[in-house]
Design a protein around this ligand. Structure first.
Ligand code: AMP
Ligand code: MG
Length: 479
């Protein structure tokens, strides 16, 4: 692995140097060959295991924890930072550099009352989620590996510590900009340094006011596209605080997330979110709220009218991208004049899913699996009131374009409607297996998530609705 240290060398007010604290008796719990490709096919070895476990230093590695602030559940926290994640540098790879972070590698100056650790279950969840989102074509941070250990960690009960090796194109969050402006009350020059850094690392814009405008516009668009993807796939992030929003629009900081099982627009996946601030249906508006926080933090550098102009592109773009994704899923032709009609069809479908208590992923998949234009679609048999489905289906059939090649039509639908998603109950079963030393449920789940659109033999159970204990599992942040 070859490292570079641009952030470390250039943005010295945004981190502190730290040392990892080793975990005991490390073992590989998970490894992603797909993510390893991003860093020149880095190979698993005992030596690397010890390095990730903090028992041996990584070659040349500077270890640092970034400082940032953020709006958490609407309130400003002036100083957050990596409380348990230690960045070891930017690793070079064929598609550019990736920050490598060891999440759970011990206390940092930003740990506050925390122990700097992550438990095995949350690490496995982050690993599976990152890789699943990637294979669903959704912008995301990646996970190279999870290292398990014997090190005890106290949560509700005793658990064991693990370290997730995260790869991210950047760990810069909206909260970094808020930190400079509101906490450090840094002037224009420090903010400019951070914006210039983002631009030079990832874009071709000039570092002047025209370039800054284009860059902020890009951030708004990338965020809008990411959230449109979440809504289309039924992903609920759970903690959309501004410190968990990547400046590149990558899904980031997986905590109590969920993929919807039974569709419910107001589903809340985070136990700490009593009021549903981050409910599924709120994600689009929270994305906008967060972008407004970012815009506010950028006011020393960018004119307000320019910021407002870019912000105004958010809502139409989320709508446009969501519509594009949903039309693909349903096989509706992209005809501009029928935008309103297609929106109504999508809205009516989610309404039927909610009233009939249908599973989000399975319903879309079943609609894709059947030939178009059949009478009495099998989804109706899952409904309490099949006529409610029939009414929607009639409208849908009217809107469908003429299909000349049924096989191709099905093929295209199957390629955009996943058969397998990371349902919380499946993650839970994989974790229970690992706790017992049985890797098979984890491996099977991981392999299906790597290719979520094709049928895997022996994995039929992973396409089922959750058992009663696993329906709508709600998780907490504290992991
Ligand atoms: P999160 O909800 O995971 O984004 O975490 C919010 C903040 O709490 C971040 O600054 C984390 O680094 C910090 N944090 C979460 N868990 C721990 C922990 N076990 N030890 C130290 N800091 C933590
Ligand atoms: Mg976080």
């Amino acid at each position: 692995m070859q490292f570079k240290y641009d952030f470390f060398e250039q943005l010295t007010s945004l981190y502190q140097v730290v040392s990892p604290s080793a975990i005991d008796n490390p073992s590989w719990l998970a490894w992603s060959d797909d993510a390893a490709q991003l860093i020149h096919h880095c190979q698993q070895s005992d030596h690397l295991l010890q390095q990730f476990a903090g028992q041996q230093p990584l070659p040349q590695a500077h270890y640092y924890a970034q400082v940032y602030s953020g709006h958490q559940f609407g309130g400003y926290s002036p100083r957050l930072g990596d409380g348990r994640s230690i960045i070891v540098g930017e690793v070079l790879g064929p598609q550019g550099a990736f920050d490598m972070a060891l999440k759970g590698a011990g206390k940092t100056p930003f740990s506050r009352h925390g122990d700097g650790r992550a438990v095995m279950r949350s690490s496995i969840r982050e690993f599976l989620a990152s890789e699943a989102m990637y294979h669903l074509g959704i912008p995301t941070s990646r996970a190279l590996a999870v290292v398990g250990s014997d090190t005890p960690v106290l949560r509700q009960q005793m658990e064991t510590a693990a370290i997730t090796v995260r790869l991210a194109r950047s760990h810069i969050r909206f909260g970094h900009f808020e930190y400079l402006t509101h906490t450090l009350q840094a002037g224009k020059s420090e903010l400019k340094q951070l914006v210039d850094f983002c631009i030079k690392q990832h874009y071709q814009y000039s570092c002047d006011s025209a370039g800054y405008h284009a860059w902020f516009h890009q951030v708004v668009q990338d965020t809008a596209r990411m959230i449109a993807h979440w809504q289309a796939v039924g992903f609920c992030h759970g903690v959309m605080n501004t410190d968990n929003m990547s400046i590149l629009g990558d899904t980031f900081d997986y905590g109590p997330f969920a993929f919807l099982d039974t569709y419910h627009e107001d589903f809340i996946c985070n136990k700490s979110d009593g009021e549903g601030r981050y409910a599924f249906s709120q994600q689009v508006s929270v994305g906008f709220w967060n972008l407004q926080c970012l815009a506010q933090a950028l006011t020393p550098l960018l004119e307000s009218d320019v910021l407002v102009q870019a912000l105004q592109t958010y809502q139409p773009l989320v709508v446009e991208h969501y519509l594009y994704l949903m039309r693909q899923k349903l096989g509706l032709a992209i005809v501009a004049r029928n935008q309103q009609r297609d929106f109504e069809i999508i809205g009516q479908l989610t309404h039927v899913m909610q009233t009939q208590r249908l599973d989000y992923t399975l319903t879309l998949r079943q609609l894709a699996e059947e030939e178009p234009f059949i009478t009495k679609h099998p989804v109706r048999d899952h409904c309490i009131d099949p006529q409610a489905f029939d009414a929607w289906y009639d409208n849908y059939l009217e809107a469908l374009p003429e299909v000349t090649d049924t096989a191709q039509w099905q093929q295209q639908r199957l390629a955009v409607n996943p058969k397998y998603v990371l349902r919380n109950y499946l993650a839970q079963e994989a974790i229970i297996g690992l706790e017992r030393g049985d890797k098979r449920p984890f491996e099977l789940l991981y392999q299906t998530l790597r290719q979520p659109y094709i049928t895997h033999t022996g994995a039929e159970a992973l396409t089922q609705r959750p058992p009663d204990w696993g329906e709508g599992l709600i998780l907490s942040c504290s992991s």
